[in-house]
Design a protein around this ligand. Structure first.
Ligand SMILES: [Zn+2]
Length: 172
């Protein structure tokens, strides 16, 4: 019997991804292309798994697989470009993105000043600072999941920026 090595789900649809190691369709969605062993041992988000299991149907999965591969992305976020339907880093603009995140975090600068400095609208700057794409993730049917594209910002920097943004919002 083909039993998913990560979650234990038993199905004929499970695929052998390494000799003797089967993964179910859902665990495969989140599997990295390398470090499979580490992924299998990682704690399972059962709630997320259940959500996906319930919605399990071929259309949705086909779409999700494409989304993960960056293949249904119509427009690249600033800092990326689309090459062969995949999201790749645009060197010059990605440096600007890093500069925006660092400047916002390290300097005592308002969103207004920041937007002027980098020639974006205030809304544009806010969208950039909140964009999960820059840490290699994508949003798919309301869930933030790991994408396949490279990140531009470290999660640490991104999280610090989110805290600072929240603090700005709570200031009187
Ligand atoms: Zn599984």
């Amino acid at each position: 019997m083909k039993i998913c090595e990560k979650c234990g789900y038993e199905s004929e649809e499970n695929k052998e991804i390494k000799p003797g190691i089967y993964l179910c369709s859902i665990c495969r969605q989140f599997a990295p292309s390398d470090k499979i062993e580490g992924y299998i041992q990682e704690k399972i988000d059962w709630k997320l798994l259940e959500t996906f299991r319930k919605r399990e149907n071929k259309n949705l999965f086909g779409m999700q697989e494409k989304a993960k591969e960056g293949k249904i992305m119509s427009r690249a976020a600033f800092g990326y470009k689309i090459v062969n339907k995949e999201l790749v880093i645009e060197p010059t603009n990605s440096l600007i993105i890093q500069d925006i995140f660092r400047t916002f975090l390290e300097q005592n600068i308002s969103l207004n000043q920041l937007s002027k400095k980098f020639k974006f609208s205030v809304n544009g700057i806010k969208k950039i600072l909140k964009n999960f794409t820059y840490i290699g993730k994508i949003k798919f049917s309301g869930q933030i999941i790991q994408g396949k594209h490279p990140s531009i910002i470290s999660s640490e920097l991104f999280n610090k920026v989110q805290s600072k943004l929240e603090n700005l919002n709570t200031k009187p």
